[in-house]
Design a protein around this ligand. Structure first.
Ligand code: GCW
Length: 675
């Protein structure tokens, strides 16, 4: 339940070092956010050092922690600290001397920065960093760091594997579950500053007054932690709850309805963040229904929000059954020509890959291709296609791979992370969204290790250049143990876990092979669904001759949506990275795989085996940690790994059996036959 904010007692030398360095708290004024920072410091110090942190009005002895902004605290102001480059949300932590006494100052331009700095100081102690000569300056690289909850008003969470929605609508607004505060603390500790409360597929109900009162209560619980609330806006809301005949974005009555709705929302929630919209995707209504563009739709909503400073996050996850174009191409085809046509307060929110949160996809070609449009990354933290909550899959490495990908736009060396960080103009928003894996489960995320994905998401939203391994290690030390051998063992498990799931589900660039609807377990044989692009067969195209989706020039030419250098690399069988081989090419079963010299068929089987073996290796590693971590969590992980092992075998055996029925090839030597 405590997540990475466990604050367990610090022993021995470290206790001796920290204890005299944190003796009192100096808070001079400030609002609810500084109060939250102070409360967190008190809680953390009590937990880790075992003593209370008395509040004093001045630095009266060694060891004071002074927190504030130059505006709230005369002591902070008098220090004349270099805060200029830190923006609204950055912070500076320094060991200083005030009136001849040693002190630590947490200073920022805004209260949120103070809160983030407080969490950072506590983290230093959690990680056993020295705190006697501190000089840490940090600021987020993206402005909007948002969780997208796919939560419905009946508390069912779409693709959620951690129980019900946290939002207990029935008891709101009069009862605020204390979990809302712990949720906000956890988010603030990793810098998340926005949450979309509702599912992108939700109906328009949430926009009615009775629900807005409940949203207001949640907003109030989150506000001290620097978190704004956003809502999904169903495009047809003017018809469904407004009594209009149309939702045409160019109809003045529709625009007026949204404007009035926005005014109403801001009367209730003055710092409301804005709307997230899924339009003309998977059956959702949108501007295309009226032969208008996505820009027409987004701009109409943006104009309603603009007077209040709100933002529209407009998703580019679009594809249509009627469209015969390669699904991987459709979003680019539809959005790229609209570059420069969106209002300043619209962000186009793009999934990391062009299909849909698959275990591995090349980065979405829209990144770098719309330089005049603020573009937001959408990652999926919940593991819809990665084994739900029971499979141990650390997503930090997968996200790092996407963020570090070179877009070659405008030139070599511009990564996806660079694209996200580069605001189209000084005032323009930048951001990242993560589809939350949080629910009412006691462990929040459905499993112990899925907490790491929430954590890693926040850290990467703060700094998209961050390294997945460093993030994993700090999470482990805060969550499991500081013992170096234990940290190494767990980090080893996490760092190899994504490659393992790719191997046992979708090796060599295969994608979308999961069973229909629930997406749990394999279903590569499915080919009779009414919507062609929902059939796994659409993606693997396996037949007697070979396997893979030809997206090169001889095929759908999706490669042409990338910069020329990448089109060339991805489009060539010789140059394409092996992990994307079958994403971009349809190849004969006897094709020789470069790295191993094996035939494609043999290589496929080897990879499936390798994935299962990697899970077995994780089990062995975990077994060896039995005495190193607490029993309850150790047992849960042990059991979940056993489930994962069974299911990895299921994936392997079912996939190989199916592909063998098509390839008619013998199993390579050394393949472990199914038990
Ligand atoms: O991944 C697919 C999911 C849908 C989801 C959709 C989307 C919210 O299967 O459940 O709907 O993507 O991202 O809109």
């Amino acid at each position: 339940y405590d997540l990475w904010l466990r604050y367990r007692p610090v022993e021995g030398e470290w206790h001796k070092a920290y204890d005299p360095a944190v003796t009192a708290l100096v808070v001079q004024g400030g609002g609810a956010t500084i109060a939250a920072a102070a409360a967190e410091l008190e809680r953390g110090v009590k937990g880790m050092l075992g003593h209370r942190l008395p509040r004093t009005g001045s630095v009266a002895a060694d060891g004071a922690v002074v927190i504030g902004t130059p505006a709230t605290s005369p002591i902070v102001a008098a220090l004349g600290l270099p805060l200029a480059g830190l923006g609204d949300e950055g912070y500076l932590i320094r060991s200083v001397t005030i009136d001849g006494r040693r002190a630590t100052v947490i200073a920022a331009n805004g209260e949120k920065g103070v809160l983030y700095g407080a969490f950072r100081l506590l983290k230093a102690m959690q990680l056993r960093e020295r705190i006697d000569a501190l000089d840490i300056a940090d600021a987020p690289k993206l402005k909007l760091r948002v969780l997208n909850h796919w939560d419905n008003l009946d508390r069912h969470v779409e693709r959620g594997y951690a129980g019900q929605s946290l939002w207990d609508w029935q008891k709101l607004p009069l009862h605020l579950d204390p979990r809302y505060t712990d949720y906000a603390r956890a988010n603030a500790s990793i810098g998340i500053n926005g949450v979309v409360l509702t599912n992108v597929n939700a109906n328009a109900e949430i926009l009615k007054p009775i629900w807005l009162e409940k949203v207001k209560a949640l907003a109030g619980a989150f506000r001290p932690y620097g978190i704004r609330v956003y809502l999904t806006a169903r495009f047809s809301a003017p018809i469904e709850i407004g009594g209009l005949k149309t939702a045409d974005p160019l109809d003045p009555a529709v625009a007026a309805w949204w404007k009035a709705k926005a005014d109403e929302i801001y009367r209730v929630i003055p710092d409301f963040g804005g709307f997230l919209v899924k339009a003309n995707s998977e059956g959702q209504p949108g501007p295309n229904d009226y032969h208008r563009t996505h820009a027409d739709g987004a701009n109409m909503l943006a104009d309603a929000l603009a007077p209040h400073g709100g933002i529209v996050m407009w998703r580019a996850f679009v594809y249509a059954a009627e469209n015969p174009e390669d699904r991987a191409k459709q979003a680019y085809t539809e959005f790229q020509p609209l570059d420069g046509r969106f209002r300043d307060n619209v962000m186009v929110q793009v999934k990391n890959g062009a299909i849909d949160f698959q275990p591995r996809e090349p980065f979405h070609p829209l990144f770098g291709a719309m330089p005049r449009t603020p573009m937001m990354m959408e990652f999926q933290i919940t593991k819809e296609y990665l084994g739900f909550a029971t499979h141990l899959v650390y997503l930090g490495t997968m996200w790092e791979e996407a963020l570090a990908a070179d877009t070659f736009r405008p030139a070599r060396g511009t990564t996806v992370a660079d694209v996200l960080e580069t605001a189209v103009d000084a005032a323009a928003p930048t951001g990242m969204a993560g589809v939350a894996n949080i629910g009412s489960d006691r462990n929040w995320s459905g499993s112990q290790f899925d907490q790491a994905n929430w954590y890693a998401y926040g850290r990467l939203a703060w700094n998209p250049q961050g390294g997945a391994e460093a993030i994993a290690r700090e999470w482990i030390r805060m969550t499991w143990s500081g013992d170096p051998a234990t940290v190494d063992a767990i980090a080893g498990m996490m760092m190899g876990s994504h490659e393992a799931v790719v191997d046992y589900m979708t090796p060599l660039g295969l994608a979308h092979l999961m069973a229909t609807g629930h997406h749990y377990g394999p279903g590569p044989w499915v080919s009779d669904l009414a919507r062609p692009e929902w059939n796994p067969a659409y993606y693997h195209k396996a037949d007697a001759a070979g396997i893979g989706f030809d997206r090169s020039r001889t095929g759908s030419n999706a490669v042409a949506q990338y910069a020329p250098e990448l089109a060339d690399r991805f489009g060539s069988v010789k140059k394409v990275p092996e992990e994307f081989l079958l994403w971009f090419h349809h190849l004969p079963w006897d094709f020789r795989v470069r790295s191993s010299g094996r035939t494609l068929w043999d290589e496929l089987v080897v990879r499936y085996d390798r994935g299962v073996a990697a899970v077995a290796a994780m089990q062995a590693r975990w077994a060896a940690l039995e005495s190193r971590v607490d029993r309850r969590r150790w047992e849960e992980v042990r059991d979940f790994l056993a489930i994962q092992r069974e299911e990895a075998q299921w994936w392997r055996d079912a996939s190989i059996a199916y592909f063998q029925s098509v390839s008619k090839r013998p199993l390579p030597e050394g393949h472990a036959a199914p038990p």
